[in-house]
Design a protein around this ligand. Structure first.
Ligand code: ATP
Length: 304
């Protein structure tokens, strides 16, 4: 079995003259929680629909678990695209029994499977309530339960926290993490929320204007081409300024937090070396704090 769960190459889809997805490449490895990040209208839903075969693609290839035969391979994929819809007058359990029947499960096998997935998403107690009475968070979880019916190896979730309150968002994040960790399911989750993706994804693809702008491990993107900026605090700011201004292996780039000075380090200088320089120059260094990049910084860098 391939260790790549999803491989997309040169995927394109236009609506009329508008390119919703253009020449998109994605690689999702088995075991990833892959955050598919992009602003509204970036092309996330369109790309996911193409991958799932819900709409046709104009160009490009898609492989699932190494297979180009997508009809067969999609059996290993569970998905929620946009808000899942259910029959409001039927119970959560009955809705899932219907879905199980569509999936070819009947009788005890269907009942057992429905009981299992309801419990898995934390809805065991509420399965006998009508789906119409569910909160949005519960509907999303019921959607995940439905997607879990075929025991997928890959779950594709389109903005699963959209519209949820903070508690619902946290529950959804925890459920996604747990499905990856305990059930070994590879997860592809789209979001326009950076914090969200940073919190749950180990790898990220950033899409804008239908094109992939960056892809990689979150940790690597965060360190990546990071500008090396440190904030330096000293009791005598004027003396610090004089020492810093006199050097050509760094650049003072403005004021930092807590009255500190922001310094961009040149190639030959790291924070420890700068500290030595300052101490030798008689500066009482109170703080030397490397600035870390957030995914937001990376996002802004690659999308502007
Ligand atoms: P959102 O976060 O708002 O759901 P998205 O990243 O999922 O956005 P898409 O829904 O894929 O983006 O939309 C990409 C582009 O394609 C947008 O410009 C959108 O207006 C356009 N688009 C999407 N669906 C259609 C359609 N059925 N007909 C015409 N244009 C469409």
């Amino acid at each position: 079995m391939s260790d790549v769960a999803l491989e997309v190459r040169s995927l394109s889809r236009t609506y009329g003259k508008r390119a919703a997805v253009a020449d998109l490449d994605l690689t999702v490895r088995v075991g990833d929680v892959y955050g598919f990040l992009g602003p509204n209208g970036a092309g996330k839903t369109t790309a996911m629909r193409c991958i799932l075969g819900l709409i046709r693609r104009d160009a490009g290839t898609v492989r699932l678990f190494g297979q180009a035969d997508l009809v067969a391979a999609r059996r290993h994929v569970g998905a929620i695209i946009e808000t899942p819809s259910f029959h409001g007058w039927l119970t959560g359990h009955a809705n899932l029994m219907l879905a199980a029947a569509y999936a070819g499960l009947t009788g005890t096998a269907a009942r057992d499977e429905v009981t299992r997935v309801l419990a898995r998403v934390g809805l065991a107690e509420r399965g006998t309530d009508r789906a119409g009475t569910y909160s949005l968070g519960m509907k999303q979880r019921l959607g995940i339960a439905r997607a879990l019916l075929g025991r997928p190896k890959l779950l594709m979730l389109d903005e699963p926290t959209n519209g949820l309150d903070p508690r619902g968002m946290r529950e959804m994040r925890e459920l996604i993490r747990s499905l990856a960790l305990h059930d070994g399911i590879t997860v592809f989750v789209s979001s326009h929320l950076l914090a969200e993706v940073q919190a749950i994804g180990n790898r990220v693809g950033i899409i804008q204007g239908g094109r992939l702008r960056a892809e990689g491990k979150v940790a690597e993107l965060l360190s990546g081409s990071a500008e090396r900026i440190v904030e330096v605090g000293a009791s005598d700011a004027a003396a610090l300024g004089a020492v810093l201004e006199g050097r050509d292996d760094l650049e003072v780039v403005g004021a930092g937090s807590h009255g500190r000075t922001r310094v961009r380090l040149g190639d030959g200088l790291d924070a420890a070396a700068l500290n030595r320089v300052l101490v030798q120059a008689g500066i009482a260094v109170e703080a030397l704090v490397p600035e870390t990049r957030s995914l937001e910084d990376v996002f802004l860098e690659v999308t502007t």
